[in-house]
Ligand binder design. Structure first.
Ligand SMILES: [Zn+2]
Length: 161
């Protein structure tokens, strides 16, 4: 499975490709692309083990991106109504679709058979864990960094902010 770095790279690239421009929007996009890994936190809270629920709950299921997209659309529409405006379909549909794509990118990326070093189920030391994550980050930068650059260059955007 990809690291948060890999998910964030793709989240940033998708946000740029969708025409978003602000740093806040990029941060939200990178957060959405990493959202399914909230099951690490759920596992820690419930069982005291960050890996106990990883890929075991709904956040890595194909339905989850649709739920997040629908919730995003409902939130945008609700916010518009609170401001006394009737929401337009495009105002609701674009963020809902983007949220769906961002979260779906995570679910799909975790299925790709890249040569990650997976941590064993038994606990390993902090040095071994750091080395594992460093190797996985190298794979993510090599794979998703290059993919993001290619996509952004093709869209006429450079990787400069
Ligand atoms: Zn994941």
């Amino acid at each position: 499975m990809a690291t948060p770095l890999g998910h964030s790279i793709i989240g940033y690239a998708l946000a740029r490709a969708a025409g978003l421009e602000s740093r806040g929007a990029f941060a939200l996009a990178m957060g959405a692309a990493s959202l399914p890994d909230v099951d690490f936190l759920a596992g820690y809270v419930q069982n005291g083990d960050v890996r106990s629920l990883h890929h075991e709950v709904i956040t890595h299921k194909p339905i989850f991106p649709l739920i997040v997209g629908a919730a995003t659309g409902a939130a945008v529409a609700g916010f518009s109504l609170l401001r006394g405006r009737r929401p337009k379909a495009r105002e609701v549909g674009k963020p809902a679709a983007l949220a769906t794509v961002l979260v779906a990118s995570h679910v799909a990326m975790d299925l790709l058979p890249l040569p990650y070093d997976t941590m064993p189920a038994s606990s390993i030391g902090p040095v071994e864990a750091a080395m594992t994550q460093a190797w996985n980050a190298v794979i993510d930068v090599a794979t998703y960094g290059i993919l993001a650059i290619l996509v952004l260059e093709r869209n006429g955007q450079t990787s400069e902010a």
